[in-house]
Design a protein around this ligand. Structure first.
Ligand code: PGA
Length: 254
């Protein structure tokens, strides 16, 4: 059974109102490519989510957010709750990106709490994991990543609600990509952990790779076993490059 490919753009802290045009360009490209077995999503900053949702209207492009709080409402200055996101038409949320783990000291335990709140609000969750360069050099990459997978997925979670994004921290925004062998090895280890958690259903949880994925390397990365998609940062800010990545995914899954 094939689970298709999941190509998401993570715009990070990039995107003023003018970038709603970029969302429209992505949507037009997706209509044109018509990738039946590829789920395409874009995750703009909070401030333009609503404008992007309205501008896209009825398109197959999923709009996602880059974080949410673990409470529905209350005294949490500066935070955004999952129901605030679903209310405006957001369908997915990225949780535990390494930049949030680093900038906001988010732990896997906090991420698991956020995942529960997100699911309860009806959001699909992309949970990010990945080792630092120091951890890789110390031979601890697998231990760190699998530890994050186990601790960030809540107990009794719905496998249908989940995407895992493996993003080695040292590969993000650096132009350095993990070797195909290292990606294959890590994705196999994550797959085995997902099967340990969910039984056979663990085979149905998509595992994205992220970290300097671009129009040139996407086809080779997306062809690796257990790579079910990509979480794309920099290259998702250029409609043509992002479209090439979507096409690469379509060429693999049809
Ligand atoms: P990058 O970012 O593609 O710019 O490396 C990926 C990510 O952090 O999600």
């Amino acid at each position: 059974m094939t689970i298709g490919k999941f190509i998401y753009g993570n715009w990070k802290m990039n995107g003023l109102l003018a970038n709603v045009e970029l969302a429209k360009e992505v949507s037009a490209a997706v209509k044109n490519i018509n990738p039946a077995n590829v789920e395409v999503g874009i995750c703009p900053p909070f401030t333009i989510l609503s404008s992007v949702v309205s501008a896209l209207g009825e398109t197959p492009v999923v709009v996602g957010a880059q974080d949410c709080h673990f409470n529905e409402k209350g005294a949490h200055t500066g935070n955004i709750s999952p129901v605030m996101l679903t209310e405006i038409g957001v369908k997915t949320v990225i949780l535990g990106h390494s930049e949030r783990r680093a900038d906001h000291f988010e732990t896997s335990e906090v991420i698991a709490k956020k995942a529960i709140a997100a699911k309860n609000a009806g959001l699909k969750t992309i949970i990010c994991v990945g080792e630092t360069l120091a951890e890789r050099e110390a031979g601890k990459a697998e231990e760190v990543v699998l530890g994050q997978v186990k601790a960030s997925i809540p107990e009794d979670y719905d496998f249908k609600n989940l995407i895992i994004a493996y993003e080695p921290v040292w590969a993000i925004g650096t132009g350095k990509v993990a070797s195909n062998e290292d990606i294959e090895k890590m994705h196999a280890a994550i797959r085995a952990t997902l099967v340990a958690i969910f039984g056979e259903n663990g085979n149905l949880v998509p595992i994205q790779y992220g970290g300097s994925v671009n129009a040139q390397n996407a086809a080779s990365i997306l062809a690796i076993k257990n790579v079910d998609g990509a979480l794309v940062g920099g290259a998702s800010l250029k409609a043509a490059d992002f479209a090439t990545i979507i096409e690469a995914a379509k060429n693999i899954v049809g």
